[in-house]
Design a protein around this ligand. Sequence first.
Ligand SMILES: CC(C)(COP(=O)(O)OP(=O)(O)OC[C@H]1O[C@@H](n2cnc3c(N)ncnc32)[C@H](O)[C@@H]1OP(=O)(O)O)[C@@H](O)C(=O)NCCC(=O)NCCS
Ligand SMILES: [Zn+2]
Length: 223
Amino acid sequence: MILTHVRPAGRGSEVVLRTGRSQDVLGPLGGPAARTKALLSAAERRRYSRMRTAEGRQDFLAVRVLARGLIEDVTGVPADAVALAQSCPGCGSEGHGPPRALNCDVQLSWAHSGGEVVVALSERQRVGVDIESLEHFSVTPALLAAALPVAEAEQVLAAGDTRRAFLRMWTVKEALAKLGSDVMTMTRRDRRQLADSVGAVAHWTEDHGSSVVGVAVAARADL
Ligand SMILES: CC(C)(COP(=O)(O)OP(=O)(O)OC[C@H]1O[C@@H](n2cnc3c(N)ncnc32)[C@H](O)[C@@H]1OP(=O)(O)O)[C@@H](O)C(=O)NCCC(=O)NCCS
Ligand SMILES: [Zn+2]
């Protein structure tokens, strides 16, 4: 199933979110072979060919198909005419990093995890999104110590459902981090500090079946 919904994101604007299982996204296209690969740029095809797992390749394709379809629905630009690009703020490579649409006036972010994909789109504000699957996931003391400041780890441990509490904390932080230029500082900052440092005007989490989604929104497209 593929679900689309619109969420208010502060200052009178909205974020459109589309989630789905990769196999459902790719299924109508006849599988993750030639037709979907044809949608990839040269840089994307190089990354795709280096990916080691079938699931990783499927998610990589599915999130790009989902993004193009959502852009078509919002802007009217046909999905196969949407030009997507990525560039890395860390190393300058054109092969990875935050995605952007070259020929449509939208801001977008996407994420994939264990066969589930999500795309967030805004016409006015920069967005960040993350998805993490609860399946095969467990919270260990080592993970808590490595991933979160002490106060946040304590909040997670105090929750009834520790796995979901951790992923709600984690996905929203990763979504916030995707608004900033240095994703790696994420775990050293608590959620409020992170939100302030990237200028977020809204951030939240959503449960989608066995996945948790985090969303973050900046004040404007250029912030
Ligand atoms: C951003 C990051 C935290 C996401 O990792 P993840 O949890 O494995 O993957 P997710 O599914 O949540 O998100 C991946 C998507 O985030 C986006 N993304 C990647 N880097 C990003 C950044 N710096 N800012 C915003 N979005 C970014 C891309 O759309 C990417 O999709 P793709 O892999 O299909 O190209 C991770 O890529 C990271 O730590 N990046 C910083 C370091 C880095 O990029 N090193 C690469 C070599 S310089
Ligand atoms: Zn890089």
